[in-house]
Design a protein around this ligand. Structure first.
Ligand SMILES: CC[C@H](C(=O)O)C(=O)SCCNC(=O)CCNC(=O)[C@H](O)C(C)(C)COP(=O)(O)OP(=O)(O)OC[C@H]1O[C@@H](n2cnc3c(N)ncnc32)[C@H](O)[C@@H]1OP(=O)(O)O
Ligand SMILES: [Co+2]
Length: 134
């Protein structure tokens, strides 16, 4: 069911500082900040030859990543995003297997304009999993 690794997300306390670090210290190709109010985050994508890094910073009062940053003030790896061909079929299969789909359970449009869902980290060995339909 899951296919390619679409991105690895890192929650950061200072988005521009993290972007500068990747641009200057690591010589990476760093994109522009994107506000994603429907997800409560501001993101910057870093294009790698084989996948992407998503830098995340809270946007708005009730960002879903604020709790994570409160616990990890220096930042940390936040989630991993796998690609799927059919996100509703994947969701239904996962729910039938007892996995918790976060939020309303309906996909939302993510940063790439594609439907995304999230699976509870406690069901996947402590890793927050994002699925993106491609
Ligand atoms: C623009 C979209 C973009 C894209 O790629 O397209 C995005 O990726 S948007 C990314 C931001 N959105 C989300 O993360 C949505 C899904 N996340 C959530 O619903 C919450 O973050 C949730 C439920 C995973 C955690 O929320 P919160 O920290 O407020 O809840 P708890 O304190 O109850 O946490 C429960 C339990 O899980 C542990 N936890 C929390 N976050 C993570 C994480 N990222 N990775 C691993 N574990 C995590 C937390 O420590 C608690 O564990 P416990 O042992 O009970 O203390
Ligand atoms: Co993501």
């Amino acid at each position: 069911m899951i296919g390619r690794l679409n991105h690895v997300a890192i929650a950061v306390p200072d988005l521009e500082a993290a972007a500068d670090l990747y641009r200057n210290a690591l010589g990476a190709q760093v994109g522009a900040p994107q506000d994603e109010p429907d997800h409560g985050v501001r993101v910057i994508f870093i294009e790698l030859p084989n996948t992407k890094i998503e830098l995340l910073n809270p946007l708005g009062a009730d960002s879903p990543i604020q709790g994570f940053l409160d616990k990890n003030p220096a930042g940390g790896i936040h989630h991993i995003c796998y690609e799927v061909e059919d996100i509703l079929a994947a969701r239904d299969k996962l729910k039938a297997s007892g996995a918790r789909v976060l939020g309303s359970g309906e996909p939302k449009i993510g940063a790439h304009g594609k439907p995304v869902l999230f699976l509870h980290p406690k069901d996947f060995n402590g890793a927050l999993v994002e699925l993106e339909e491609v």
